[in-house]
Design a binder for this molecule. Structure first.
Ligand SMILES: [Zn+2]
Length: 351
């Protein structure tokens, strides 16, 4: 059945056998595949001077006061630079109110790249999100090795990534607004902060979710087009919403894994997306258990529902029209996050 599907967006990754997302709420970058070394460090990198203090506890926007939010922005934007706090505050004083102070900080951070500055300011205006930097860190690569992550900015040749991200979030907003007209949607469509980085040795992880932050690799193997970035970020934003899947989807996920193990032919009808890692469908590949299955399911819900709401024919067979587990998982995720709305037409009899 799935063989007839028109696979899109991240298909290239399947064809190339490359690893994909590294993600999961609270994860550090998980299992990565060995990938050809990335090119020379981008010119956009700013070398850290201070030993990186811990990333600010980001907490939900609602849980953070105005002044704390501005100070948080100061760290997210300038943590990995040689500018000291007092130098930053001579330009963007702490006496400013929150929004002007954050806009000042963004303008200062991207002062040397006016087109990126405009995109970063627009992203903040429209979503409240910051185009920040990931502190330098060395993380486990999930295979007993290490991956070294360094801060970078979306400037120069990487500016396009910021445009794709902005476009993705605009798309989520349109989609969720349309859904919200049909039911009580609880899914939140944006992170507090984007933390840009690159990896010295691999094009992975492409992205990961931690608390209210999204780490984003400017050289990520899947971050190569507006459509791919839209899919990648929706998966990650789902993780930011998810405190549910380990309880609600784990039994379904476990049943499928017990039936199929890691055999692709068996898993194919159950996999919400075409994405694979190490030759195994990503939803069933790693230690993320039901979390990754849920995030891929959310992405499938987004793809299919968006097409229907845009008046387009589905480019795939409806996921819910597959095995019984698919229908149940689809119903549960729609009910939990999307107000029970299911724009996809009913399955034909006997499907
Ligand atoms: Zn994930």
């Amino acid at each position: 059945m799935l063989a007839r599907m028109v696979l899109r967006s991240r298909l290239f990754a399947v064809l190339l056998g490359l690893s994909l997302l590294a993600c999961g709420a609270g994860d550090r970058p998980p299992a990565l595949r060995a990938i050809a070394a990335v090119t020379a460090p981008p010119s956009s990198v700013t070398a850290p001077i201070d030993p990186a203090p811990p990333a600010p506890a980001p907490g939900a926007e609602v849980a953070i006061g105005p002044d704390l939010r501005a100070e948080d922005a100061e760290r997210v934007l300038f943590l990995a630079t040689d500018l000291r706090t007092d130098a930053v505050r001579r330009v963007c004083p702490a006496s400013l109110s929150t929004e002007p102070r954050i806009r000042c900080l963004l303008a200062l951070r991207y002062e040397d790249e006016p087109p990126s500055r405009e995109l970063a300011l627009t992203l903040y205006s429209e979503t409240g999100s910051l185009a920040g930097l990931l502190p330098e860190e060395t993380s486990e690569d999930g295979r007993g090795g290490k991956v070294h992550l360094l801060p970078a900015r979306p400037i120069g040749a990487n500016r396009e990534q910021l445009a794709w991200i902005l476009d993705a979030f605009r798309g989520y907003r349109r989609f969720l607004t349309e859904l919200a007209a049909l039911g009580p949607v609880t899914f939140r469509d944006r992170p507090v902060d984007l933390r840009f980085f690159y990896s010295t040795s691999k094009q992975a992880p492409s992205a990961f979710a931690v608390q209210r932050n999204l780490g984003y690799n400017l050289y990520g193997v899947v971050n190569i087009s507006a459509e791919a970035v839209r899919d990648t970020l929706f998966h990650e934003v789902f993780h930011l919403n998810d405190g549910w899947s380990a309880r609600a989807l784990a039994p379904i996920h476990a049943r499928i894994v017990a039936r199929c193990g890691k055999k692709s032919a068996c898993l194919a009808p159950y996999s919400p997306t075409e994405t694979m890692m190490d030759g195994v469908y990503y939803a069933f590949a790693g230690r993320g258990a039901a979390r990754e299955y849920a995030a891929e399911l959310a992405l499938r819900y987004y793809r299919e529902s968006r097409e229907i709401l845009e008046g387009k024919p589905l480019s795939t067979l409806p996921f819910k029209c597959g095995p019984a587990e698919n229908r149940e998982a689809w119903r549960r995720i729609a009910r939990e996050f999307f107000g029970g709305v299911d724009p996809v037409p009913e399955c034909p009899p006997g499907s």
